[in-house]
Design a protein. Structure first.
Length: 124
């Protein structure tokens, strides 16, 4: 079987959490904490400085989370729908809920798919 055929078959395998999953999970929870702090200082009157600081941290963190998640998707370590959940108006809440759903249904990092088998050789 040629290398291109193996690459084509790879597209049909299920996505499974891998090495980047831990980083996506950590970034999601950190971004959720920053977002929660932003909401608190935004609602409280007279906290324009902290609102600006947490707003900038949330904006930069959210973009970093989306880029990290996109890399994980391209490495086949995260499902596409998790990225869609992250892009909802709830933002990091969607990614945290999606991550928890993935882990509770039994496809967390401990259930990652095995590496692909080596290609057969024709030594006849």
């Amino acid at each position: 079987m040629s290398d291109t055929a193996l690459e084509g078959e790879r597209e049909f395998r299920a996505r499974a959490p891998g090495a980047m999953w831990v980083w996506v999970k950590r970034a999601s929870f950190v971004e959720l904490a920053v977002f929660a702090c932003l909401l608190v200082v935004w609602i409280a009157p007279g906290l324009e400085g902290p609102t600006f600081a947490f707003g900038m941290a949330h904006g930069i963190g959210y973009i970093a989370l989306c880029l990290l998640l996109w890399v994980a998707i391209m490495r086949r370590e995260a499902p596409f729908w998790l990225f869609a959940a992250t892009l909802t108006p709830a933002g990091p809440v969607g990614s945290v809920v999606g991550i928890e759903w993935i882990e509770r249904r039994g496809s967390g990092p401990e259930h990652a798919m095995p590496p692909p088998a080596p290609a057969p050789t024709n030594e006849a």
